[in-house]
Design a protein around this ligand. Structure first.
Ligand code: PEP
Ligand code: MG
Length: 534
């Protein structure tokens, strides 16, 4: 986001309240339409984000808050500034997913105030040559339409891993580092190298560092245009590469990018704004649309995963001091078993109507008993392949036992890291702990994969870790049988796996496992990989 506009001052309005309100409403409507237009131009996830932002702009509660202030004699600019700021503070106080939406609301307020003042909306500068964009934060509306020929990389000082900037940057495959507070010291015109894989910005690089960066950029470009072969190691052993999806509409792009199926369909993303449980018919239609896109292919659907960063009002709307440790995932589904039964009915209907290979798994399984409960219930509905997500250390530790019962396991490294390191995955102040390279996390992944091997059951990975090209090799070396990721990460991971044999991958994994912490695990793996290549 460019520098914010100066805050409006609290001078009395010279217009009547009706005139002020008419100006504000015209500006809000124009901003909402512009956001929608940008969304439909950008398509994909950006459309959903920008449509949500347009709805935020036209929220009736905000309109009431603005009217109250205008009726008290404030100018439209000041009323918008104050009303949006108080709404924003409420969102920010909620933390997590909703807290990160506060920045989206700030952007709407800035756009409305700019329009009221007759100024252009704050946006991305155009220096007339390709550049690295460094900003406090970037509005979704700007991220969605970034010109990738001009913007070589993006660095923001604010925002967390679930900010919309981060999500959209990932979707667009932009080299991006978000939440790098030290970037505020960078000055215009400085030369920098942005290494998103390592999360490092190198200022005034040496010739040698420039050459290495160029090699990495060339390798990335080559990976993007390489043929869409099935995922495999250098020795030909198969590692199917699957897609993480949140909407059936994402299926076409995933197929285009060479996804061999779906490793994680996050069903809760379909119903985040619903106040009532979705009906069986509604769900059957969505799951059928998804399965139809993958004839003969594996599609792993996760039962509704409500809680913490993904609140679903109809599953658990009780206030909890520690929602990440609360009634979430399978625990919440069990507490409303009728909703789980309806979801399984809809999945079975969709399975019967299509010929994809449907696998269904439960989120946040923590005990052997929970695995037993879910698998038995899913089988009652005719689900042929029923498994569990391993996201809690207890289930990794008991994986041998759990995988006697479950048909498969899928490791959610995002939550597994959060629970292993006891660090809230959404909290910026502990973000450095949220690193799946930590050897304790890798050890738990290995225990789970070993549990699969003992029982002859597959163990996939579906957390963000699978999208890191070198970590993907480590995960395979630890015994993961499939990798599932955002479709835009598929090309880089495919290219990376092809450089190593299974024996190489095991050696690289052993080097990472033997390290003391995440940073040394990453560099040990890097060194082992370079050794093997050289
Ligand atoms: C995970 O926890 O790694 C995962 C894949 O699930 P989500 O990110 O949806 O919690
Ligand atoms: Mg999870």
């Amino acid at each position: 986001m460019a520098d914010p506009l100066p805050a409006p001052s609290d001078v009395p309005s010279t217009l009547t309240p009706d005139e002020e309100l008419a100006r504000v409403r015209e500006a809000v409507a124009a901003v909402a339409r512009e956001l929608e237009e940008r969304g439909s131009k950008a398509g994909g996830l950006a459309r959903d984000v920008l449509e949500a932002q347009a709805m935020m702009a036209e929220d009736p509660t905000l309109d009431t808050e603005v009217s109250t202030r205008v009726n008290a004699g404030k100018t439209g600019e000041y009323a918008v500034h104050e009303a949006f700021a108080s709404f924003r503070d409420t969102l920010a106080a909620m933390g997590g997913y909703l807290g990160e939406r506060a920045a989206d609301l700030d952007d709407v307020a800035q756009r409305v105030i700019a329009r009221l003042r007759g100024l252009p909306a704050p946006g991305v500068p155009d220096p007339g040559h390709p550049f690295v964009l460094v900003a406090k934060d970037l509005a979704p509306a700007d991220t969605a339409l970034l010109d990738l020929d001009q913007v070589l990389a993006l660095v923001t000082t604010d925002g967390g891993p679930t900010s919309h900037t981060a999500i959209l940057a990932r979707e667009k495959s932009i080299v991006a580092i978000v939440g790098a507070a030290a970037a505020k010291d960078l000055v215009d015109g400085q030369t920098v190298i942005v290494d998103a894989a390592k999360g490092v910005v190198t200022v005034d690089p040496t010739e040698d560092e420039r050459a290495q960066a160029q090699n990495r950029a060339d390798a990335r470009a080559a990976a993007a245009s390489a043929p869409l072969t099935p995922g495999a190691l250098k020795d030909g052993s198969a590692v199917p590469l699957l897609a993480n999806l949140g909407k059936p509409g994402g299926a076409a792009e995933a197929v285009e990018l060479g996804a061999e199926g779906v490793g994680l369909f996050r069903t809760e993303f379909l119903f985040l704004s619903a106040t009532q449980a979705p009906t069986v018919d509604e769900q059957t239609a969505s799951y059928t649309e998804l399965l139809k896109a993958f004839p003969g292919k594996k599609v792993v659907v996760r039962a509704l995963d409500a809680g913490a960063d993904k609140p679903l009002a109809f599953l658990n709307d009780a206030h909890e001091d520690n929602p990440a440790l609360g009634l979430r995932g399978l625990r919440a589904l069990r507490a409303s078993e009728d909703i789980l039964r309806e979801q399984l009915t809809a999945l079975a209907n969709a399975d019967a109507a299509t010929d994809a290979d449907l696998w269904v798994m439960a989120p946040m399984v923590a005990t052997v008993e929970e695995a037993d409960y879910f698998v038995a219930l899913a089988k009652e509905y005719g689900i042929k392949t029923a498994g569990v997500m391993v996201e809690v250390p207890s289930s990794a530790i008991q994986a041998k036992r759990i995988l006697q019962i479950a048909d498969f396991a899928s490791i959610g490294t995002n939550d597994l890291t959060q629970y292993t390191l006891a660090a809230d995955r959404l909290l910026g102040s502990v973000a450095s702990y949220q690193d799946p390279w930590h050897p304790a996390v890798l050890e738990l992944i290995k225990m789970t994969a070993d549990g699969g091997k003992t029982n002859g059951k597959p163990v996939g990975i579906c957390g963000e870790a699978a999208a890191d090209p070198l970590l993907a090799v480590v995960l395979v070396g630890l015994g993961a049988t499939t990798l599932s990721m955002a479709p835009t990460a598929l090309a880089d991971v495919r290219a990376s796996l092809l450089q190593y044999t299974r024996e190489d991958a095991e050696r690289i994994a052993a080097a990472a496992l033997a390290a003391d912490d995440a940073a040394s695990a990453r560099s040990a793996a890097q060194a082992a990989a370079e050794n093997l290549a050289g």
